[in-house]
Design a protein around this ligand. Structure first.
Ligand code: PLP
Length: 422
């Protein structure tokens, strides 16, 4: 039982042991007050890309605090936000021309949904439906929960959630079913947008699907003038091997959501990028067509400075080489579990690997999840399985030795489980 006054996220206080106190962070590690080093094998909920406390990003933050705290972001602007917007548009998929700031992945997606509905509303051709993919996850606000997979996470709030059209997940060999379902939904003329995690569905179980499916979905969307919203909150900034996952499908979304790795994971910031058409649909002498969205900390200058430094790291350091090294290491380590009867679904997408421990009852609430987590904790590894789905999403600086330790622990945990000792 945890006696803290803090109410922690995604934490059942009645069951969890005391939180471990982290005194500092460095590279791929969290360091406890007693000096114990824990491998952050999930990049602190998928935010840290280069490693904790990258010196260039930390220096940019320190330097920005000499000039800024928060600055209202209407009527007034500041250099970090302006420069960052330009920098983002230079590296984002072609066709995106405007940047709207917010402060988390969920808000980036909320903004995207509002942009899509506003686009059709302002053009006087209201479309009411949003299409999503089965097993998707887009955040924990009411709007993003509505678009995510329904289940134990959001059952209590179901009365408030709006309905969406869910496309079946493109299981291998059944990709056409997904495409046909999307085509049929679009045929109604009611679908404003398809909201989708490109190539890798994260919280829904680290499920991968091919770039060709994403490209085909985009073609269908275009034919029906339906907008494609790429939720790159998790997949962005190199996680799937390319800067943005959309690149692998050769597509440009109409709207792209980014957060997490935008600042290298150092500070909260999000951006929703969109095409000129969407911006222009809100451009009018009629004030009713204004894009009515804001939050207090929109475009925080210090967070923008951190994101600018992240762009500099991408431009000036061999980030892509580091990613490729990690992709290779991850693939080699994962290979030892291919054909292993203790696991199914051994898979990877760029720097992310996942495998399902075979258990009698899987799913997010599978009893094995907390037991695995406790086992990894004893081995000084931060690995948080999604039920029986074990995955690794380390920062790009994770060493060969770090990974070996993580995979050895996965192997050991599976053996203990098979022997009924976990
Ligand atoms: N979208 C995706 C794909 C995510 O993985 C997440 C978080 O994990 C979010 C949105 C929500 O981001 P945040 O937790 O910053 O609100």
């Amino acid at each position: 039982m945890n006696n803290s006054a803090v109410w922690y996220p995604f934490t059942q206080h009645a069951l969890e042991p005391a939180m471990r106190r982290i005194a500092s962070t460095e590279g791929a590690h969290l360091i406890e007050e007693d000096g114990e080093r824990i491998l952050d094998a999930i990049s602190s909920w998928w935010v840290i890309t280069h490693g904790h406390r990258h010196p260039v990003i930390m220096e940019a933050i320190r330097s920005a605090t000499e000039s800024y705290d928060q600055v209202i972001f209407a009527e007034y602007t500041h250099a970090p936000a302006e420069e960052l917007a330009k920098g983002l548009l230079e590296i984002a998929p072609a066709g995106l021309a405007h940047v709207f700031y917010s402060d988390s992945g969920s808000t980036a997606v909320e903004v995207a949904l509002k942009m899509a509905l506003g686009f059709f509303h302002n053009a006087n051709r209201p479309r009411r439906r949003i299409c999503v993919m089965e097993h998707g996850y887009h955040g924990d606000t009411i709007g993003t929960m509505s678009t995510g997979e329904r289940g134990v996470f959001n059952a209590a709030y179901a009365p408030l959630l709006f309905s969406v059209d869910r496309l079946p997940f493109p299981e291998p060999g059944r990709e056409q079913v997904t495409l046909d379902a999307f085509e049929a939904a679009c045929d109604t003329g009611e679908v404003a947008a398809l909201l989708i995690e490109p190539l890798l569905l994260g919280a829904g179980g680290m499920k991968t699907y091919p770039a060709s499916v994403l490209a085909a979905l985009k073609r269908i969307a275009e034919r029906h003038e339906t907008l494609l919203i790429a939720d790159e909150v998790m997949t962005g900034w190199g996680r799937t091997g390319s800067l943005f996952a959309c690149e692998q499908a050769g597509i440009s979304p109409d709207i792209l959501c980014t957060s997490k790795g935008l600042t290298g994971g150092a500070l909260p910031l999000a951006a929703t990028l969109c095409t000129p058409a969407i911006f222009e649909a809100h451009l009018s002498a009629d004030r009713r067509k204004t894009f009515f969205h804001s939050s207090s900390y929109t475009a925080n200058p210090i967070a923008c400075a951190a994101a600018l430094a992240n762009l500099a790291v991408w431009n000036e350091e061999p980030v892509q080489e580091r990613i490729e090294t990690l992709v290779g290491r991850q693939a080699r380590h994962l290979a030892r579990f291919c054909g292993d009867p203790r696991f199914s679904g051994v898979r990877h997408a760029g720097t992310v690997t996942a495998l399902d421990l075979r258990v009698p009852a899987g799913g997010y609430l599978s009893e094995v999840g907390p037991r695995l987590r406790a086992f990894f904790r004893k081995r000084q590894l931060l690995i948080r399985p999604l039920g029986n789905v074990i995955y690794l999403m380390p920062p790009y600086c994770a060493s060969e030795a770090d990974l070996e330790r993580a995979y050895d622990a996965i192997d050991e945990a599976a053996s203990l489980f098979a022997a009924g000792q976990l």
